[in-house]
Design a protein around this ligand. Sequence first.
Ligand code: NAD
Length: 693
Amino acid sequence: MGAIHPAVSLAIDGGIAVVSINSPPVNALSQHVRQGILDGVRRAVADAQVVAIVLTCDGKTFVAGADITEFGKPLAAPSLQDVQAAIEGSARPVIAAIHGTALGGGLELALCCHYRICVPSARLGLPEVNLGLIPGAGGTQRLPRLVGVEQALEMTTSGKHIDARSAHAAGLIDELVPEDGLRAGAIAFARKLVGDGEPHRRVRDLDDKVVAARGKPEIFAAFRKANAKKFRGLVAPEAGIQAIEAAVARPFDEGLAVERELFTELLAGAQSAALRYVFFAERSVWKIPDVPDDTPTIPIKQVGIVGAGTMGGGIAMNFANLGIPVTIVETTQDALDRGLGVVRKNYERSTRSGKLTMADVDRRMALFTGTLALEQLADCDLVIEAIFENLEVKQDVFARLDKLVKPGAILATNTSALDINEIAAGIARPEAVIGLHFFSPANVMRLLEVVRARHTSKTAIATSLRLAKQIGKIAALVGVCPGFVGNRILYARSQQANAMLLEGAMPWEIDQVIFDFGLPMGPFAMSDLAGLDLGWIAEQSNSSTIREVLCEHGRRGQKTHAGFYDYDEQRAPRPSPVTATIIRDFAARAGVAQRTLTAQEILERCVYAQINEGAKILEDKIAIRASDIDIVWIHGYGWPAYRGGPMYYGDSVGLAHVVARLEHYGPRMGKGFTISPLLQQLAKDGQRFQDLT
Ligand code: NAD
């Protein structure tokens, strides 16, 4: 026998049937794969010579999950459950032989087999929660029966993979076999099983581990409490917990029904739709219409950073983490020592959590060269400038870099708001200049805005995107405009938030609305964290904004224990009566009558102003796709992924509604405020940002 189906083959080796799935790239459970497995298992069972069946995969991995493109469509038969029933009910024992990753539906398939073996490099997990779902094919019922309730809760609600050894230790895997001996190991395991007369062991019949948790609601209560912050606003983790509660409290088939009901509800719900959108948005962000995948890139073997301040040090860590040597330039030895000291401290902090050993820290620090001489950057393949936000100073540094850095190198700036075309203007190789806008802390935040200036070469873009992937960032390619994509939209929100302060909403009221919507903090808490005196010059301060007045009162944010909020020693914020008085006095002087604002007005003005600005960004061709804007706000500003990003959110409430509400607020939106023509057009045509191609 051989191929019985395009994606599945069957071979019989001395009474052991081997059903192999071969559906590149990841053996996802598409309809033809499900059909193939079903046929393979049925034929094997029908063959009188067959004493056991091995289920395995060709290619780089075991089944890595469902076929996500089938979500939301009517599922063609056979279902995964049909396949599972055939395996679990097989008259011959079925052994899953796993390499690569067994994820989601892939792991659920393996859980229906009677035994599981894998190679040491295999990884196993239930990542459905990342798509706003729970496992829908028995994962929440079978997993706790093998690994116990605590670990099942952790795996189901975090979506994290576990490695083969942990899976073996937990009871999920019966045997580890050598890396290059999976098939032989599986056949040997099957022979031994049959030889020993081992009984058929169905996971659904095991119950010692779930019985151990029965009548102990405190296990679930403690888990909910410990993870409350992480699960805030999300529906899927709670559904996962409830499904596992059912696994503990009810017979298997009833638990399965509970899981199915919860899964079906989640699949039809808004959060999963948004998270699936984000899943695809994160993949499309890399596709640049005029920069094809085969665009030449340059190897980056040596990186230079100019400026070892807040950003420079964090940016440098990304490269050292990859083993790439980094040369950092500063203006004084003091500043250099301070900058490198912060880097070392950051690494040392990772030793406390066990992520790094002290030897790792030393190895990474050995990749850093600190210097006061810009000339030391001559051999770098990439130089990133992260000095003060001042155009003339940056232009001066670029003019010097132009003269001394080797030809072909990329010259990047981390500017937040300056015009990169102007930074590139005076130099002989403007095609080498690009913006690499990291977010603070640069060693932690996942977003990287890659800013394409007028003359930036495709090689510089392709190389930057490749590098972004290597350092674990998610990059959005954006164009030059004040604030690029992220900060430009932030500014649109700040204008509304500041206006509403004058109109009578307190900072903590506005922050609460934004926090409740799902962001980690509101605009005023964020300002306090960054420092209210960013860009503030005491000598020129003339009480022209509330922020200036706060700075004049020495209220410069968290670092002075006072800003919009008062802070205690642990930096916990409290509404401040001083700030309240400052705001009221300011409004009185400005002649603005204060009133009570509803949470609805606060939310709509903040968020709809963001959507409107996003539409203008698309009109101006600063972003390629609406979904790229969503990615920027999810990964750079903590927009809740379960709401899909601001543009997706606009689509989901309806763009006609957004326009109607902006018109309703009218003059309150501010003097220069205009509604984007693109937004108006889409609203009129009943279209969505997602419909734009
Ligand atoms: P910072 O003040 O913490 O650091 C700047 C460092 O550059 C200082 O240590 C200074 O000594 C050094 N420096 C100044 N001129 C230099 C020169 N000619 N050669 C070498 N070193 C020089 O500033 P930062 O917050 O790290 O910001 C740096 C850049 O990154 C700015 O353009 C800023 O707009 C941008 N940025 C900042 C953030 C943020 O949150 N802080 C976020 C994104 C981008």
